[in-house]
Design a protein around this ligand. Structure first.
Ligand SMILES: Nc1ncnc2c1ncn2[C@@H]1O[C@H](COP(=O)(O)OP(=O)(O)OP(=O)(O)O)[C@@H](O)[C@H]1O
Ligand SMILES: [Mg+2]
Length: 246
């Protein structure tokens, strides 16, 4: 696409000037399922280090937008760029997924006995170990650091089935962070949390931003519950993104 061609030049120009490209850049994205269009000609960008909330009613297309950003759903038209790279091939989409830590909306509690440490270690599957390649000592060190960052150090040997909703939430975030992503996507992180755990989320996100300098997109029904940790918010309505007051 011509406009994408122009953006290649722009991204390269910025790099030469020492300025990093946008972490996420969506240009005229239309996407959906079968014949149902969910996203209509969306333009959006997320700068490095920025934290943006995505608001919208049930079924508005928020999770669909995440799928497009992760290269899991190929848009009907438009251009997706992650860290300046266009997701126009299967290789580029696989690469993008390795730059992204994703905390999904629906989480199954799991019935198998697995320790918190091992559940988080699994987040590195497909990065430094997979198949016959075993986790290294640096994988394990990274798990310990991530557990400490999220206040889970003392629960490292606990059985995941015995954790509270808020603790499970932290484990899910730790599993996403241990991949060392550049971008963190959180889909409705407050859904399963009680009021106390919900109140802790902004502080948790602030720590993550301060310590890791990550760019964050967080889907929420309620921007107020995120407090001051977000820089801005957009609302998805009728397939289009609008700026929102927070
Ligand atoms: N895999 C799928 N196949 C077909 N239609 C789908 C699929 N996933 C979602 N949809 C439809 O796309 C629309 C947007 O769904 P999406 O899950 O993106 O909404 P959402 O904003 O995340 O909603 P919620 O707040 O309930 O999580 C809905 O109408 C939904 O039924
Ligand atoms: Mg959703």
């Amino acid at each position: 696409m011509t406009f994408c061609g122009l953006r290649v030049g722009l991204a390269e120009g910025l790099e030469v000037m020492g300025l990093s490209p946008k972490v996420v850049e969506l240009s005229s994205i239309s996407a959906g399922y079968a014949r149902q269009e969910v996203l209509s000609s969306i333009d959006f960008s997320l700068a490095e280090g920025e934290c943006c909330a995505i608001l919208g009613e049930n079924g508005a297309g928020k999770t669909t937008l995440f799928k497009v950003i992760m290269g899991l759903l190929i848009p009907w038209s438009g251009c997706v760029r992650i860290l300046g790279r266009e997701l126009d091939t299967a290789g580029a989409r696989g690469w993008a997924r390795r730059q992204i830590g994703y905390v999904p909306q629906a989480r199954s509690d799991g019935r198998l006995p697995i320790q918190v440490h091992d559940a988080v270690l699994l987040g590195r599957w497909g990065t430094s170990f997979a198949g016959l390649r075993r986790p290294s000592s640096s994988d394990r060190q990274l798990v310990i650091e991530t557990l400490e960052l999220l206040g889970l150090g003392e629960l490292a040997l606990s059985d995941c089935r015995e954790l509270s909703g808020g603790q499970k939430q932290r484990v899910a975030i730790a599993r996403a962070l241990v991949r060392k992503p550049q971008l963190l996507l959180l889909d409705e992180p407050t859904t399963y949390l009680d009021v106390a755990a919900r109140d802790n989320l902004p502080e948790l996100l602030s720590t993550i931003r301060r310590e890791l300098g990550l760019s964050v997109l967080v889907i929420s029904h309620d921007a107020k519950s995120l407090g001051k940790v977000i820089d801005r918010a957009v609302v998805l309505q009728d397939g289009t993104l609008y700026s929102a007051q927070v």
